[in-house]
Write a protein that binds this ligand. Structure first.
Ligand code: ARG
Length: 588
């Protein structure tokens, strides 16, 4: 059975028939009050269609406007303007259909079954053991979780997989540093800070002591070959770090379907390398100069196993194995991809990882295809996070601890509710969801490729494009409904011809546009499409509420219709925010 879809989808389908075109794109226009006439609700650009038919776009628009049979359609009138066909809705039908769409499933308005039976693996968060959870990992976590929510809402069987960085040459450094300068008590008391300071000290001292690097390599080799001391220390680092990450995930309300460290793919690594060599995809080589791949480094005088990629237009080969036989980030990546394909049979795999790994992901995806794994791997990149203190660097020890950033957000959010008449418990709860919502929204409300700058005042502004503004708008809708004693799941159907004010129609249009924003977000992996839409909705709601009395509406019928608009607005805000991973509250 075809999906019932939503009002704008049905408009598009209807237009395909009316214009006898393959597909039709539409722009939704704002409702304007035009003297004496009906202003347009939709604009259909005719440039492509006109070109296909060898016609002038404006001439085509005029011809269509004059000849279309609109009786019985969703459109009341058509006009031609500069190559666009402008259409006005049949307003009663428009309202009636949007109301019906909403009533079908008021708490999941905008959801779809597009993804039924289709699996997508999303790799996100993926922090490194024994290092602080960075704000970069925070971005991956926030964006990945939101994409996870969005794809599930569209019916996909998506799998969120946290690929913990628990393996690699850096553990050699850490083990060597811990053996030299580590302290048991400090490790227990403050694991990440202690391990970080060891890591920093290692890099400091390695500058003047070349033996350290060799020692570290030996430790990593010991770890890879199962040396007991190396293993048991490493296991403790993993355990302590995972506990810290778990606290952060709880605070953020983030969940995964699978958490697996890079180390879990160890038993597949030699298979990956042998197969790559056997298939003639990889070869042994002495690299000309130091090569960097992903987060690993290879020195100049080693023999390595590489996958050359120059014929894919990538100069830097992907390195699979170092001369001492140890594995690399990329080797484990390929093993992981093989595992995911075997286990989940995804149609694609998303990697939510910062822009700095762009080259690496190009290498990896090209290599994977050569190895015969043809599941598309999509690098969902994002820009840096800039803190007021400047760029971060783990090696220099210039880091900001994420738990401090979160605590700061919550502390600042307390100011937002300080003067409200709420119980202390409510205040604590609200500060938490506002503070965390502010961090998430600041990230998700802009294109992911842009840098995120922590500007606390903007993030927490009650009147700007911010989480608290939207959360507060939601709260207002709930408070109006409480006063009107409307229970949720309102089963009174409002009269669709009751909406006449431009503010009512604009708000209704804003609701009608919400489902498209979810599809757009899923297609471009850009949650800001949803953020932008619900922000507009909140503004349209404000304009509506200023103009149209709800509780004191002129007639009972109007009151009911407007209350229904309030309920729709509230639900769409809550759904949109939930897709961004942001909670709402009925009182604030
Ligand atoms: N742990 C890596 C890092 O912090 C990110 C891993 C991303 N996921 C992946 N499959 N490579 O740089």
């Amino acid at each position: 059975m075809p999906e019932p879809g939503y009002f704008l989808t049905r408009c598009r389908e209807e237009l395909v028939g009316l214009l006898a075109a393959r597909d039709v794109s539409i722009n939704v226009a704002e409702v304007r009050d035009v003297e004496g006439g009906i202003d347009a609700d939709l604009a259909v650009p005719l440039f492509r269609i006109a070109k296909e038919r060898g016609e002038n776009p404006q001439a085509l628009a005029e011809r269509l406007a004059g000849s279309l049979q609109l009786k019985g359609t969703r459109f009341a009138s058509a006009t031609a303007l500069k190559g666009y066909l402008n259409l006005a809705f049949d307003r009663t039908r428009f309202a009636q259909e949007v109301i019906a769409d909403f009533r079908r499933d008021p708490d999941r308005y905008g959801s779809a079954k597009t993804g039924a039976g289709r699996t997508i693996v999303i790799d996100y968060s993926s922090p490194n053991i024994a290092k602080p959870f960075s704000v970069g990992h925070l971005r991956s976590t926030i964006i990945g979780q939101s994409l996870h929510n969005i794809l599930s809402f569209l019916g996909y069987q998506d799998v969120g997989d946290n690929h913990l960085g628990d393996w690699g040459a850096q553990f050699g450094k850490l083990l060597s540093a811990f053996a030299r300068w580590g302290g048991e008590d400090e490790l227990e008391r403050n694991p990440t800070a202690h391990l970080l300071s060891l890591y920093v000290r290692f890099h400091d001292e390695a500058k003047s002591n070349a033996d350290l690097e060799l020692e570290a390599r030996d430790w990593f080799r010991r770890l890879e070959t199962g040396d007991e001391r190396a293993r048991s220390l490493w296991q403790r680092f993993v355990k302590l770090s995972t506990a810290e990450f778990g606290r952060i995930y709880d605070l953020l309300g983030v969940k995964f379907d699978s958490i697996r460290g890079e180390s879990t793919y160890e038993d597949r690594l030699s298979g990956v390398i042998t197969r790559a060599l056997d298939q003639g995809v990889a070869r042994r080589e002495k690299p000309a100069a130091a090569m960097v791949t992903g987060s690993d480094e290879v020195g100049p005088d080693e023999t390595v196993v590489i996958i050359p990629l120059d014929d894919a237009g990538i100069e830097t080969p992907l390195i699979l194995q170092k001369s001492d036989g140890t594995s690399l980030y990329a080797t484990r990546e390929i093993a992981t991809a093989e595992y995911r394909v075997e286990r989940w049979h995804p149609e694609r795999m998303l990697y939510v990882v910062g822009k700095e790994q762009e080259l690496y992901f190009r290498q990896f995806s090209a290599a994977l295809a050569r190895l015969g794994i043809n599941v598309p791997c999509i690098h969902v990149t994002f820009g840096l996070v800039r803190l007021p203190e400047g760029r971060m660097s783990t090696r220099a020890g210039r880091v900001v601890f994420l738990e401090d950033v979160i605590a700061e957000a919550i502390r600042r959010a307390e100011a937002v509710v300080r003067d409200r008449e709420l119980s202390p418990e409510e205040k604590t709860h609200i500060s938490r969801i506002v503070g965390i919502g502010a961090i998430k929204y600041a990230d998700l409300s802009q294109s992911r490729i842009k840098e995120v700058v922590f500007d606390w005042d903007r993030m927490l502004a009650l009147d700007g494009d911010s989480a608290p503004y939207l959360q507060y708008a939601y709260t207002r809708t709930r408070s109006i409904l409480r006063k009107a004693e409307v229970r949720s799941g309102n089963d009174k159907v409002p009269n669709p011809s009751a909406f006449i004010l431009p503010e009512e129609l604009t708000l209704l249009k804003s609701v009608a546009r919400f489902p498209d924003s979810i599809v757009a977000a899923a297609e471009s992996y850009e949650p800001h499409r949803i953020a932008g839409r619900i922000y507009r909705l909140a503004r349209d709601f404000s304009a509506f509420y200023d103009k149209a009395p709800v509780l004191k509406a002129e007639t009972a019928e109007l009151r009911e219709a407007r209350l229904f608009l309030v309920e729709m607005t509230g639900n769409v805000l809550a759904t949109g925010l939930a897709l961004l991973g942001i909670e709402v509250t009925g009182r604030m």
